[in-house]
Design a protein. Structure first.
Length: 260
């Protein structure tokens, strides 16, 4: 695995760190290549309930793809296609996690960094964060999948503005556009993010993951229940956590959910 990807564990919370602070955590091809396997391992680990994605330090989540590699890794059409496949696979891996994902955004969240953050379920950012999607400044075209994530959050006209301008958007405006979900002062971002992540670990995990699955289906265009979604909902009544939830409510005590 790339030396520039770190995994930290605190109880049921796993943190994936983009670890290239000298270059504002610019994402190398090796990092993109290794992210799917790393993420799959966390998804398969029953001890992990939430995944946080962050950059090293407080200056940057990620300043984008590592442009110093472009001439070597994207020097012709064939190489560029291969590169783009690794980027897409990394974003899909994060988006496809069965467990909730939170992007903790300090500072710059630019280009490829924005792509990874948008693939997460939730984005917590500090008040000095900057968001930008920059293909128009490099002569590139954003993928359909990545563009859809922007449209889903900001709407079509604002997504168009973001894409055609390539401008950096200040944190408050990015929050207003729906690109960030919560804003905090720089020093409060980390404790607030992990406080929320810890809260998720105390909830019934079948409910958490199936709730995420329902949202995923709606975003993908499903508008009515089918056999699969009806089965998911009805299955919750057969879980030990449902029984525990009812018992704890009646006893007026906090629940102790065991499913993972």
């Amino acid at each position: 695995m790339s030396d520039h990807l770190l995994v930290e564990r605190h109880g049921a919370i796993a943190t994936v760190v983009l670890n290239k602070p000298a270059s504002h955590n610019a994402i190398s091809i090796d990092m993109y290549r290794d992210l799917p396997g790393l993420v799959a391992g966390l998804d398969a680990d029953p001890g992990v309930k939430v995944v946080v994605l962050r950059g090293a330090g407080q200056k940057s989540f990620a300043s984008g793809a590592d442009i110093s590699e472009f001439e070597r890794e994207r020097g012709n059409a064939e190489a560029a296609r291969n590169y783009n496949e690794h980027v897409a696979a990394a974003e899909r891996a994060i988006e496809g996690l069965s467990k909730p994902t939170i992007a903790m955004v300090h500072g710059y969240c630019i280009g490829g960094g924005a792509g990874l953050a948008l693939a997460c379920d939730i984005r917590y950012a500090d008040e000095r964060a900057r968001f930008a999607i920059t293909p128009a400044k490099l002569g590139l075209v954003y993928s359909l999948e990545s563009t859809k994530r922007v449209v889903d959050l900001a709407g079509p006209s604002r997504a168009t503005w973001i894409l055609v301008s390539g401008q950096q958007i200040q944190a408050r405006r990015a929050f207003e556009l729906g690109l960030f979900d919560e804003l905090y002062p720089v020093e409060e971002l980390e404790p607030a993010t992990y406080e929320f992540a810890e809260l998720i670990t105390t909830r019934a995990q079948f409910s958490v993951r199936m709730g995420k699955e329902m949202v995923r289906r709606i975003v993908a265009g499903q508008l009515a229940d089918d056999e699969a979604t009806t089965h998911i909902r009805n299955s919750s009544f057969d879980t030990d956590d449902y029984a525990e939830g009812v018992r704890s409510f009646l006893a007026k005590r906090p629940p102790s959910f065991q499913w993972s």
